[in-house]
Design a protein around this ligand. Structure first.
Ligand SMILES: NC(=O)c1ccc[n+]([C@@H]2O[C@H](COP(=O)([O-])OP(=O)(O)OC[C@H]3O[C@@H](n4cnc5c(N)ncnc54)[C@H](O)[C@@H]3O)[C@@H](O)[C@H]2O)c1
Length: 265
């Protein structure tokens, strides 16, 4: 198989839907052997699209499940070259006074501890096989600024950004690169209700209006950024959080500027 990721061994968590599914398909279409991991049976649909994708069911927040998934990848493909810690849940948009500690525990368990477990077991496997590769964690613009998610979700994603920076330091000298991608508003299972509701009201034009590109993003646009970070083209990119949000997080609160040539009335 030829392609940018020919014969690379790739592991993706949260590959049953949305961004993770797009990432699995992109890597497979460019020659990789992919382990697609998700707690949902929908991961079998992800795998059905390519012979080179193998589905594994499990919980990204479970130490035993993540260890087993990494062992499966190592056994099938002799090691791991690329690891995408992508599984996540939103935990809803309830505010500070409406969230309980148990809500926080549920969100942090998947989004932050899940990323930690994937890094821990994945990096160990890379080192044991003497195949230092690339790790990419899906964080969020919600982890960089307020206003894009609930308190627990936002804190979990800020944690992912720092975890990536800390892990880059801890993996110093190993040759393993680790980066985060910070998507803006992307149409996926997580945000589908928002997009559906806007469409049902005939207000699709309102989606993504806070960013300068004035549209929501697609999973494939995040998958391409993740593939870049995984590729040799990013060989000197390490400990970085790459924002892919149409420019959403680039500005202070603003009054929507008129496009050139647009009437002021
Ligand atoms: N969609 C957005 O606008 C957006 C923006 C910023 C960041 N993100 C992040 O992107 C990542 C992917 O989310 P998405 O938008 O594709 O949503 P999604 O709901 O379509 O996909 C998330 C996948 O993760 C899986 N998952 C959830 N908990 C799991 C667990 N404990 N173990 C295994 N799998 C689990 C789900 O079953 C699902 O298949 C998440 O980390 C999310 O926080 C999404």
């Amino acid at each position: 198989m030829s392609g940018r990721f020919a014969r690379k061994s790739v592991v993706i968590t949260g590959a049953g839907s949305g961004i993770g599914r797009a990432v699995a398909h992109l890597f497979a279409s460019e020659g990789a052997h992919v382990i697609a991991f998700d707690r949902n049976e929908s991961v079998h649909e992800t795998a059905a699209a390519h012979d080179s994708i193998h589905a594994v069911i499990g919980d990204a927040g479970s130490e035993a499940d993540v260890a087993a998934m990494i062992a499966c990848a190592t056994e099938r493909h002799g090691g791991i070259d690329i690891l995408c810690a992508n599984a996540g849940i939103s935990g809803g948009m309830a505010g500070l006074f409406d969230q309980a500690a148990s809500d926080w525990e549920a969100v942090l368990r998947v989004n932050l501890i899940g990323a930690f477990l994937a890094i821990r077991f994945g990096a160990r496997a890379m080192l044991d096989a003497q195949r230092p590769g690339a790790i990419i964690c899906t964080a969020s613009v919600a982890g960089l600024r307020a206003g894009a998610g609930g308190p627990a979700y936002s804190a979990s994603k800020a944690g992912v950004v720092n975890l990536v920076q800390t892990a880059a330091q801890q993996l110093s000298g190993t040759g393993i690169r680790i980066n985060a991608v910070c998507p803006g508003l992307i149409e996926t299972g997580m945000t589908g209700a928002l997009f559906d509701s806007a469409r049902a009201k005939g207000r699709e034009d309102m989606i993504g209006q806070l960013n300068p590109l004035r549209r929501g993003g697609e999973s494939c646009e995040i998958a391409r950024a993740i593939a870049f970070l995984a590729s040799d083209e990013a060989s000197y990119v390490n400990g970085h959080a790459l924002v892919v949000d149409g420019g959403l997080s680039s500005s202070l609160p603003f009054a929507k500027p008129r496009a050139l040539g647009e009437s002021s009335f």
